[in-house]
Write a protein that binds this ligand. Structure first.
Ligand code: ZN
Length: 424
């Protein structure tokens, strides 16, 4: 069992929480010293950073949003002198003004440290060849991997994105053991390999995939075809980039979030209230050691739940959250119950005989929403069985029918699971 930093990664929960409170208080003092932050926090009801005396007090603080990042473009959020900055990354998104994340020397060290923890957790060690397929540039993926490789002493293959044939040639020629990419790129690699005379890359053992959600089925397919183990790395521009907020370990029992660097909360996106562990909601992060651009209660829009605060089979004590199941934009509210298409998918897949295709139809009339969930299944699966299970798992009883395989409409590309109708 390998750790990058055994002491920190296996620290007791009490010790981690003591560290978190210290980091939180330090971070609050830091942002209070920055005009942009002080204005924002005051406007949202905070009067004194010294009021925060316990981790529970965090719940009284205002949230930070992506819009705040945009408003602060380019560097209004930075709490350090411009001359202390060494690097920045940026994501553009679809709505114009970009989100910037800038780094001091310590911030870059922290990034490299979290990446080294993730790579080690994936089974890599110094001297292994690692191919970086995310782009090197304003996007954080390429550089994040690079900082991690340098820290760990991996042999870095800085391929960047594109040119699948060359990617494959590099993996072969430099006997690459691990690679990082977006998961949706992997089928392209497999396609090219399948079409070649030499369909295997024997040195490959590890795939690290970030910035997209993927199903367990997809994971299994990639693992079986490439004979590798897949890891789900987590992090976004606003938290400091790829890997900053963690990854799953070889137990694959959720994503370990680095508790010494971030506090993780899960809130009800509609009310902003914290939900109990185990319940789905929006993930919110507070950074504890970032210098240039700390975050306080940043709303990620990612949907997950806290799986465990107990020690994991891998020996790590850091909190585990579920792999990201979607975005708050996908959230459905029916009869006062929040749920997500991915939860329906999970609940359906638990019923023996139920197949992959399903539809969620929302019919709105007179301000009320009716839900119909249609699913394909093998003969013998009854509507009653499906309804009973969905009621247990979702907390309400949807209407719906069971259809034979092939009966529900197929869509090209990304499956359209949710259909909204308005009835007057
Ligand atoms: Zn673990």
């Amino acid at each position: 069992m390998k750790f990058w930093n055994r002491e920190v990664e296996t620290m007791s929960r009490d010790a981690l929480e003591a560290l978190q409170l210290k980091g939180l208080q330090k971070t609050l003092r830091r942002v209070w010293g920055c005009e942009w932050w002080r204005d924002l926090l005051r406007k949202r009801g905070m009067s004194d950073p010294e009021d925060v005396k316990s981790l529970d007090d965090l719940r009284n603080l205002p949230f930070l949003t992506k819009e705040d990042f945009r408003e602060a473009y380019p560097l209004k959020m930075s709490t350090v002198d411009r001359r202390e900055l060494l690097e920045f990354h940026m994501s553009s998104g679809s709505t114009g003004t970009p989100v910037v994340m800038a780094y001091t020397k310590n911030d870059l060290n922290q990034w490299a440290d979290t990446m080294a923890r993730c790579f080690t957790m994936a089974g890599l060690e110094a001297g292994d060849a690692f191919q970086i397929m995310p782009t090197f540039g304003l996007f954080n993926g390429g550089f994040g991997c690079y900082h991690g490789c340098r820290k760990m002493g991996l042999f870095c293959v800085p391929a960047s994105s594109g040119n699948t044939e060359r990617q494959i040639k590099l993996m072969r020629d430099f006997r690459v053991k691990g690679f990082c990419s977006v998961v949706s790129y992997v089928p392209r690699i497999i396609e090219k390999l399948d079409a070649s005379n030499d369909p295997d890359i024997p040195s490959l053992r590890v795939g690290v995939f970030g910035s997209e959600t993927f199903s367990d089925e997809m994971r299994k397919k990639i693992e079986n075809r490439l004979h590798i183990e897949c890891f789900d790395i987590y992090g976004m521009t606003e938290t400091g980039g790829i890997g900053t907020t963690g990854q799953d370990c070889s137990a694959h029992a959720g994503i370990h979030v680095w508790d010494d660097y971030y506090i993780t909360e899960v809130i009800d996106p509609a009310t902003g209230k914290n939900v109990p562990d185990g319940e789905y909601g929006e993930v919110v992060f507070t950074s504890l050691a970032r210098e240039a651009m700390p975050i306080i209660r940043y709303r990620t829009h990612d949907i997950s739940r806290i799986l465990s605060r107990e020690k994991c089979a891998c020996g790590r004590t850091h909190i585990r959250i579920d792999r990201i199941t979607g975005r708050t934009d996908d959230m459905l509210i029916v009869k006062g119950v929040n749920f997500y298409p991915r939860q329906v998918e999970q609940a359906l897949m638990e019923i023996p005989g139920v197949k992959d295709e399903f539809q969620i139809i929302l019919e709105e009339h007179n301000g009320m929403t009716d839900v119909t969930i249609n699913v394909e299944a093998e003969p013998g699966v009854t509507g009653h069985t499906v309804a009973k299970h969905l009621r247990e798992r979702l907390g309400f009883l949807p209407k719906g029918d069971v259809f034979p395989v092939g009966a529900l409409p197929r869509s090209e590309g990304k499956a359209k699971r949710v259909i909204r109708k308005k009835i007057d």
